[in-house]
Design a protein around this ligand. Structure first.
Ligand code: IPM
Ligand code: MN
Length: 356
């Protein structure tokens, strides 16, 4: 098959990790007879420098006409002092909003080979950690009404958390469908003891759950969820939650696996179209030094093959190649430990590609 891909390398380590992912994809194409066409696009800080805007219209247009989007990372010190609407991060929010990517899938998996990198005690880790955080991505407080105004105590700023029945229903369905293919448990995380929007969230999730009697549903307040993740992470299968809680909990979940440089993500809309990116940021401190771990981006490509193109065997081939390289003892700096072989970004990409 032929696939049209929009590629947004972005800033910092973005370009070098995306290069490795393309290397791997090239091998997949050779082996399985697929052709991938790449359209390189600007977004984030590099787009601000080139066009004055974090998300040029052309980028969104080309993404719309593509089968999927691959993104590296955006942002860096250079653009940190710009006003809110001009910051590189706006490119991410804009892409998600304009492309209708409402479901953000963030798997947090602990690799046997990297168990020593997990900051939790072995008795807390248990047999394994394999959590899928399903984060609502185009609603809630990140997209709600905001502004400045004169309040009782003088000048103030506000952001609004708001969820519609429609938005909760569709993300809940996504979570239940995914849970069905895993261990059939959904933990819906909210703050229903305080927030009206959370009470609606819970009500709607319960309603949707009636269509999935084979999936166990539980509810958890977000503060408790943050605690349970480090107390007994093995209890979680699928976590479904709103935009802000999902932002925070997915970082926490990734950290307990000890390897933020390993974790991919998928952002999906109503159909098979999706945007795939590592969950880590642009790491400007190590950019251009051949130090970044490309595995999260390479595994994001595997998610793309699986979720957007239904190419399960190809996706598994990439995951197996990553596991093989880890078993053979190769490590980038972020996951390095004694007795292992330290490699750079480029070589890590080559090693994985060679094992496809
Ligand atoms: C993420 C990031 C973004 C978010 C920022 C950069 C807008 O933290 O993808 O988690 O909060 O969604
Ligand atoms: Mn985040």
């Amino acid at each position: 098959m032929d696939y049209k891909l929009a590629v947004i390398p972005g800033d910092g380590i973005g370009p070098e990790i995306v290069d490795q992912a393309i290397k791997v994809l090239y091998r997949i194409g050779q082996k399985y007879g697929h052709r991938f066409e790449y359209n390189m696009l600007l977004a984030g800080g590099c787009a601000i420098d080139a066009t004055g805007k974090p998300l040029p219209e052309e980028t969104v247009e080309v993404c719309r006409k593509s089968d999927a989007v691959i993104l590296g990372a955006v942002g860096g010190y250079k653009w940190d002092t710009l006003p809110g609407h001009l910051r590189p991060e706006m490119a991410l929010l804009g892409l998600r909003g304009q492309l209708g990517l409402f479901a953000n899938l963030r798997p947090a998996v602990i690799y046997d080979e990297l168990k020593e990198a997990c900051p939790l005690k072995p008795e807390i880790i248990g047999d394994s950690i394999d959590i899928m955080v399903v984060r609502e991505l185009t609603g809630g407080i990140y997209f709600g009404e905001r502004g400045h105004r004169e309040g009782k105590l003088g000048q103030e700023a506000f952001d609004t958390e708001c969820y519609s029945v429609y938005e909760v229903e569709r993300i809940a369905r996504t979570a239940f469908e995914i849970a069905r293919k895993r261990r059939a448990k959904v933990t819906s995380v909210d703050k229903a003891n305080v927030l009206e929007s959370s009470r609606l969230w819970r009500e709607v999730v319960i309603k949707v759950s009636k269509d999935y009697p084979d999936v166990v549903l539980e509810h958890m307040y977000v503060d408790n969820a943050a605690m349970q993740l480090v107390r007994r992470p093995g209890q979680f299968d699928v976590i479904v939650t709103g935009n802000m809680f999902g932002d925070i909990l997915s970082d926490e979940a990734s950290m307990i696996t000890g390897s933020i440089g390993m974790l991919p993500s998928a952002s999906l809309g109503e159909n098979s179209f999706g945007l795939y990116e590592p969950i880590h940021g642009s790491a400007p401190d190590i950019a251009g030094q051949d130090k970044a771990n490309p595995i999260a981006t390479i595994l994001s490509i595997a998610m793309m093959l699986k979720y957007s193109f239904n190419l399960d065997a190809e996706a598994r081939n990439i995951e197996d190649a990553v596991n093989k390289v880890l078993k053979e003892g190769y490590r980038t700096g972020d996951i390095m430990s004694e007795g292992k072989t330290l490699v750079g970004t480029n070589l890590m990409g080559d090693l994985i590609a060679e094992r496809i």
